[in-house]
Design a protein around this ligand. Sequence first.
Ligand code: OGA
Ligand code: MN
Length: 288
Amino acid sequence: MQFRPLHDAFGAEIIGVPNDLQMDDATFHAVEQAWFRHSILLFRGLRMTPEQHVSFTRRLGPLHIMEPLSMNLPGHPEVFVVSNAIKDGKPIGLKRAGEGYHTDGEDKCIPNAGSFLYAIEVPPEEGDTVFVDMYAVHDALPADIRRELEGRRARFSRIDLHHVHYPLLPALTEAQKLDRPDVWHPLLRRHPRTGRTSLYIGRWARDIEGMPEQEGRALIAELQAFAQQPRFAYRHQWRVGDAIVWDNRCTQHRATGFNDDVHVRTMYRTTLEGDVPIMASSLSEQTV
Ligand code: OGA
Ligand code: MN
């Protein structure tokens, strides 16, 4: 097994694993350790069935089933489809998913630990995904800002921002609003497996605890602008057969768009259940 760095600070392509990702425990363990070390892992030239995609992901942790089920692969509720394709007059998946920096499930009490996206059909150009190393963002934050964030949480709100991020989808119903209440997460998040601290923020972040609304929103915008500097990012140009597993606890990502009137882009995603985000503090850092 070999690794090719994708970026100076994070991300690696993993070379030398079977292209259906079925492997023995020792090999799997090495892949998992590499995932924690690099935060995103790229596999190329895969040929996985949905069953193989699911069974590999399940070794990383319990799977999360995305709702509504209509966006999932028929017969495989564990496989969420990101696509602009139409079949028999119906969309086969979610169109324009993830345009805007985010981490999957950040607007839920228990955000998703990781996601594993597999390229089935890609446009001849564009449709890239950008990943951001949020450990590096945290480590580079000016000390006064880091101090300001210490011990604080942000409010993440699907209710406030759904129409902003999903203008093509219908407005949330009252039942959906009850199902997706606002949540509060620590801005400085400690990773349960690596012990490292990242800046935990994304596009559903709305307000900061203990700060006047305007000040909190300005700080969120400032943090996102800081995180979006090219030095923290890896931009992936997809080929069919590529798959990337990313860690939502320490990276952000976004889709970049493409000419979706002309071209088709279809990606299959498995999603891991997660854990309640742990607040990092100077004290807990010392006990790692
Ligand atoms: C996702 C996502 C981005 C993309 O599947 O979680 O944000 O480029 N996808 O498809
Ligand atoms: Mn996403």
